[in-house]
Design a protein around this ligand. Structure first.
Ligand code: ADP
Ligand code: DP6
Ligand code: CO
Length: 357
């Protein structure tokens, strides 16, 4: 019997408040604009991934997601495997006692405890977990910046899930993507009372994946160019200032406006992409009512590429925001609301690599 080497990890989702939408290089997943997100607590939404390798495995690398075999031949998964194997080879070159794991077939088993491909950032948590699990398996140095650069090639938004708290993704300008990576805007502890409630409007897989949707937008939308070159750069700065100053009203307003801007470019795509539905729009109205009743902005909605709402608020407004959603929606069909105790701090790799006979 050959040895099986194994390591596991978990990774959180992140929900952007300034959205990434558009690639300037689809192969390397280089974006047309910078973006900024909040990493949510793994107590609520998370991916759990185990990576293993063994000479006794079938020769092809494999990935089982929520119990179903996935195609790993795609360039993006392959790029992650290739980069991680290259780093492992460096370890093996330095230490002749290190087993040649880089030469063994990989078996990845992953579970998302929330809807996959439904606009709740499964690709972000998914690729962050995949990269960290293999890095743990290969006993690579767990530098989040380096892992973020690799995870970006699996799914752009995944680069931000390697960090906790408030996280930016600098678009970068190098052709090889070496300067396109995530950075910490502020740790979770800087503004720890941020919360998010997640309204699962539909757990169904989206019709148009993020990858293909953003490519059609870049190719056809006339609103897109000004969003990428003017609107987002201005908002990146406003958002970073709002986070530094813990200015919730500005944070919320910019969040809502950027979500609206992103969905406007989707509608402006040809053929148009509709990620929001009537229930999503009802959630937007409800946030407006909550803010009007409070006389100030205490809640902010944002939607990724799907109908599901994420509502940010501060803990002190729990009753007025999450409470209202829960009470009003408790008995309505098609809704479920989940608490996402919002901000995830810096986290350690959950489980260390181990080997077994
Ligand atoms: P989402 O809005 O959920 O991020 P995307 O369209 O961006 O949706 O990406 C969904 C795809 O991400 C899935 O079809 C799958 O290929 C990949 N993915 C999701 N979860 C995982 C995971 N845990 N491990 C590996 N890949 C994953
Ligand atoms: C709307 O990162 O899922 O959620 O790089 O093609 O995998 P790929 O796309 P993905 O796009 C995310 C789009 C978004 C906004 C965001 O998370 O910034
Ligand atoms: Co995604």
């Amino acid at each position: 019997m050959s040895e099986i080497y194994r390591a596991s990890t978990t990774a959180p989702v992140n929900i952007a408040v300034i959205k990434y939408w558009g690639k300037r290089d689809p192969k390397l997943n280089l974006p047309t604009n910078s973006s900024l997100s909040v990493t949510l607590s793994q107590n609520d939404l998370r991916t759990h991934t185990t990576a293993s390798c063994s000479a006794s495995y079938p020769a092809e690398d494999s990935l089982l997601l929520n119990g179903k075999p996935q195609d790993v031949s795609g360039a993006r998964t392959q790029a992650c495997f290739r980069e991680l194997r290259a780093l492992r080879k460096e370890v093996e070159a330095k230490d002749s006692n290190a087993p040649k794991l880089s030469e063994l077939p990989l078996k990845i088993v992953s579970e998302n405890n929330f809807p996959t491909a439904a606009g709740l950032a499964s690709s972000a948590a998914g690729f962050a977990a995949l990269v960290r699990a293999i890095a743990n398996l290969y006993e690579l140095p767990a530098d989040p910046t380096e892992l973020s650069r690799i995870a970006r090639q699996g799914s752009g938004s995944a680069c931000r899930s390697l960090f906790g708290g408030y996280v930016g993704w600098e678009q970068g300008s190098e052709a090889d993507g070496s300067d396109s990576k995530a950075f910490e805007v502020a740790p979770a502890s800087h503004w720890p009372n941020m919360r998010a409630v997640i309204l699962v409007v539909s757990a169904a897989k989206k019709d148009v994946s993020s990858t293909s949707g953003m490519q059609t937008t870049v190719a056809t939308s006339s609103l897109f160019a000004s969003r990428a070159s003017e609107t987002v750069p201005r908002r990146m700065k406003e958002m970073q200032d709002a986070i530094k100053n813990k200015d919730f009203e500005t944070f919320a307003k910019v969040t809502m406006m950027d979500s609206n801007s992103f969905h406007a470019t989707c509608l402006d795509t040809y053929p148009p992409i509709f990620y929001l539905n009537d229930v999503s729009r009802a959630a937007i109205k409800m946030v407006e009512q909550i803010n009007n009743a409070a006389g100030k902005i205490i809640a902010a909605y944002t939607f990724d590429a799907g109908p599901n709402a994420v509502i940010y608020y501060l803990e002190e407004n729990e009753k007025a925001v999450a409470g209202v959603f829960k009470t009003l929606l408790a008995n309505k069909e098609g809704w479920s609301s989940e608490r996402g105790a919002a901000v995830e701090g810096n986290y350690e790799a959950a489980e260390k690599a181990n080997t077994e006979a």
